[in-house]
Design a binder for this molecule. Structure first.
Ligand SMILES: [Zn+2]
Length: 257
């Protein structure tokens, strides 16, 4: 059966001297892989039509059993040229794409994940990358997956946490915050969370656009705390190591442009 869809390139790798396998994220069919036959031949119609981080219009022949479909035609809709010269933006785009590759269901629709990656890459391509943007993106991804950390109410007693609450605990294992009254002594899978860190995370989680994250002035200590807490939450709930996260954050923290 022939399918026509928008698709974002997540990964490309060689299949033979002249062909490639490309992984895509689509709104209707989730994560798919296609064989792009002869794409490396000098006269291939696919040359220049797709590359990492492009959003394309893709026409492919779906094979029900094999798992790898056959690309028939492809045309770029967004090429996001900034990733060719801005290595920090490219490192952030690599992390976003790797994250979506790992969490997207194969051959199943998930419009929210497609829209999140498409708009995230748009934003990186127009404004460049920043550490707060990556954290904001992680919070939005967790929300799209139904895994958002519960930050407003205590997981145990359901009481709303007052802003500035001291001695609250971030239980990444249980998925949110425990108020001071409910904190057990040294509970497994949890860490203390400072009031300012909780306020920053709550604000970013509430914000629809990344503007809130980009306009928050964070100290390097605050960014380090958020990196640690969100990193623990992601690896616990997604049940996977994310080496691309550490690489992207290392690149973004370097002083050289
Ligand atoms: Zn409580």
């Amino acid at each position: 059966m022939i399918h026509k869809t928008q698709a974002i390139v997540l990964r490309c790798y060689p299949y033979s001297n002249t062909s490639r396998i490309v992984s895509w994220l689509t709104p209707e069919d989730g994560r798919i892989a296609t064989l792009v036959k002869g794409s490396q031949r000098p006269k291939s119609l696919f040359l220049g039509q797709y590359d990492l981080f492009y959003t394309c219009e893709l026409i492919y022949y779906a094979r029900e059993r094999a798992g790898i479909h056959i690309a028939r035609e492809c045309a770029p809709l967004k090429t996001r040229d900034r990733f060719r010269f801005d290595w920090k933006a490219a490192a952030a785009a690599s992390y976003l794409s790797d994250l979506l590759f790992r969490v997207s269901p194969p051959d199943a629709p998930h419009h929210d994940l497609f829209d999140l990656l498409d708009s995230g890459l748009d934003q990186l391509a127009s404004l460049g990358a920043s550490v707060p943007f990556l954290f904001w993106f992680e919070l939005k991804l967790l929300e799209a997956l139904g895994l958002a950390p519960r930050l407003k109410h205590c997981l145990n007693c359901e009481r709303e946490l007052r802003s500035g609450a001291r001695r609250a605990t971030f239980s990444y294992a249980r998925g949110g915050i425990l108020c001071p009254a409910c904190v057990e002594a040294n509970p497994a899978g949890s860490l203390p969370i400072a009031p300012d860190i909780l306020a920053i995370l709550t604000g970013w989680q509430r914000a629809r656009s990344s503007q809130a994250a980009l306009s928050t002035q964070c100290t390097s200590w605050q960014l380090g705390e958020i990196e640690k807490l969100l990193g623990l939450f992601l690896s616990y709930h997604l049940d996977m190591a994310l080496p691309s996260r550490g690489i992207a954050l290392d690149v973004l923290k370097r002083k050289v442009a």
